[in-house]
Design a protein around this ligand. Sequence first.
Ligand code: PFF
Length: 439
Amino acid sequence: MRSLKTKREFFASKPGFVLAAAGSAVGLGNMWRFSYQASEGGGAAFVCLYLLMTILIGLPIMVSELLIGRTTRRSPIDAYQSLGGRVWSVMGLIAVLTPIVILSYFSVITGWVIRYGLDAFSGFSANPGQHFAAVSEGWSAAGFHFIAMGVTVAIVIFGVRRGIERASIILMPLLLTLLIAFAVWTATLDGAMEGYRFYLSPSLAELANPTVIRQAAAQAFLSLSVGMGVMITYGSYIDKEHDLIAEGAVITMLDFSVAFIGGLVVFPLIFALGLSATVGESTVGALFISLPAAFQELGAVGQVTGFLFFAALLLAGLTSAISLLEVAVSSLVDRFRMKRVTAVSIAASAATVFGLIPALDQEMLGLMDKIASEFLVVAGALASLVLARRVLSDSGDALRQGEGRSSSHITPVALVLIRYVAPAVVGIILVLALADLFL
Ligand code: PFF
C-alpha cells in the first residue's frame, strides 16, 4: 500500500496487492493470538469454528471491504460516510480508535518478539514459564514496547516500507518453511499424539458453546485484518481488473495456513514437553513458552533456528503494525485535514501511551485484546457488511468486475453470504458479546 495522498495510487500488480494484503493479515495474530485462543477455547472445537468463520464469514467480509474501497475510492472514514450518510461518521471514531488500541498492545507483543530474538544469542532459559513471566510484564516489557513502536514509526515516517515489504517477501516464506520443518520435528516427539488430539479432535458439546463461537469469530476477523478499515484502504488502491473473490481467497488461505501450521507445532510441543500447566497459568503465553522450550531442547541448532524464527515473526508483526498505523493515520488526515506527520505523531503517541497499560499489567493486555477483538472489530465488520449491501445490486455487478472463470460460479454464493448470511451471523455475535458483557 502506498501512503494516502490526494491523488490515488494503485498497486503495481496483482501479486503486489495480494502480498501487501497478506502482509497485513499474517502477523502476531496468527501465531501468538491463535495459539493462546485455541488453548483457552478447548483446542479442536475452537479450531473447527475458526475455520468455518474464516471461510463463510471472514472471507465475505474481506471481499465486502475490498469492494467498498474499490467502489468509493475513499479511505474508511469517508467511505462509510459517502455510503451511509452523516450518521455513519460515528463509525469513523471506531475506525480511528480500534487500530490505535490494537497497535498499542500488538506493539508490546512485538517487543516480546524482539526480546526473544535477542535471547536466542545467549541461549533460551531452562525455565520457559518463569522467563516469560519475567520479560512479558513490567518496565523491561515497556522498554521493548518503545523500541517496537519506534521501529514502526520510523518505517512509516521515513517511507522505507518498500524495503520492509521486500524483506518480507523473503521472510514470510521462511516463516512458513520453518513452521513446516518444526511441525515435522514435533511429530516425532513422544507425547505429540496427545497434542494432536487436543488440537484436532473436537467434542460436539464445545462446538455449540456460544463463547467459543464468538471467540473463534473474533480471531478469524482480527487475523484477516477485517473490521478495521485496512481492507477498505487496500481496496481503494485496486481497479476493476482484480478478481476480489479469487484474490481474497488466496489471502485468506495464506492467513489460515500460517495459523494452522503454527498450531501443529505449538500443541504437540505443549503436551510432549509437559508444559500444559505452565501454559494454562499464563494464558497469553502459549507461543512464547512452548517454542523456546523446543529451541532449548535443540541446543545450538535451536539457537540459530530460534533466532531466525523470531526475526521472521518480527517482520510479519511489523508489516501488520504498519498497516494498523496507516489506517489510523489515513482517517485522521481525511477527517481532520491533519498533516501526515502530525497524524502519525498523534496516533503513535496515543498507541505508545496506551501500550504502557498492557506492558505493565498483563491482565489488562488480555482485557484490551478482548474488547478490541470481540466488540470493536466485530462492530466494524458488521458496518462493512451493511454498507456493502448499498454497493451491491441484486445482480452483484460490482462484484462481478474482474471475476475469473473459476470464480464466476462462486459469485452468486458470495452474494448470498455477503448480503444475508454474514450480516446475520455477525449481528448475532455482536449481540451475544454485549449480552455477555452486561448480563
Ligand atoms: N491481522 C493481523 C494479525 O493477525 O497479526 C493483525 C491486524 C493487522 C489486524 C492490521 C488488523 C489490522 F488492521
